[in-house]
Design a protein around this ligand. Structure first.
Ligand SMILES: CC(C)(COP(=O)(O)OP(=O)(O)OC[C@H]1O[C@@H](n2cnc3c(N)ncnc32)[C@H](O)[C@@H]1OP(=O)(O)O)[C@@H](O)C(=O)NCCC(=O)NCCS
Length: 161
């Protein structure tokens, strides 16, 4: 199955709402919040689509003026599309999008009981540095994690003469 990552558009709102319903048991975004995120100037959303143009994953970054730290605000992959590397690819693409906006760090919050996501974050260089008690609506705690975004230099094009 081929997967394409592309910027989110306002027309993705319903698909993202349905994806959130499949991915999260609580603390989900409403359609209104998603519509707002998809049009905010200080947010970037990337969506993953399959061969049939079905949205199977997405992630949103938030940026603050005068801050070199971007925030991973939402990030999920459809249950049927998990375990094949899409989550990691999407996370790497979001990191690259943050670098392109001049961010030097990426911060996120993750449920303390979300072992899969925490494992992915740890293995890709995120460090847990703050425990947030009673962070989610159901009382679950969160870890705040962050990662320094190294600048990845693109090799110069080979001379051709
Ligand atoms: C976290 C999530 C995005 C990962 O998506 P994914 O497409 O399965 O990710 P990948 O296939 O790239 O796998 C990422 C890593 O997790 C591991 N992994 C995936 N599913 C796993 C499972 N069920 N148990 C243990 N490890 C698992 C993979 O082995 C992989 O490790 P590696 O990168 O070292 O090889 C997905 O599980 C998800 O949407 N979860 C629900 C929403 C969520 O928790 N979002 C994060 C909120 S902070």
């Amino acid at each position: 199955m081929t997967r394409v990552l592309r910027p989110g558009q306002p027309a993705d709102c319903d698909a993202l709402y349905q994806l959130e319903e499949r991915c999260f048991e609580g603390d989900r975004f409403s359609r209104r919040q998603l519509a707002h995120l998809l049009t905010r100037a200080n947010a970037v959303t990337l969506v993953a689509v399959d061969d049939d143009s079905r949205v199977i994953g997405y992630g949103t970054l938030l940026f603050r003026r005068n801050s070199v730290t971007a925030r991973l605000y939402s990030f999920c992959v459809d249950p049927d599309a998990r375990g094949g590397g899409l989550g990691r690819a999407l996370l790497e693409a979001l990191e690259q999008a943050a670098r392109q906006r001049g961010s030097q760090r990426l911060a996120l919050e993750v449920r303390a009981d979300n072992r899969v996501a925490m494992g992915l974050y740890r293995r890709t260089g995120y460090v847990a540095h703050r425990w947030l008690d009673d962070y989610y609506a159901d009382g679950c705690a969160a870890w705040r994690m962050d990662k320094r975004l190294e600048f990845v230099e693109t090799p110069p094009a080979a001379a051709n003469h």
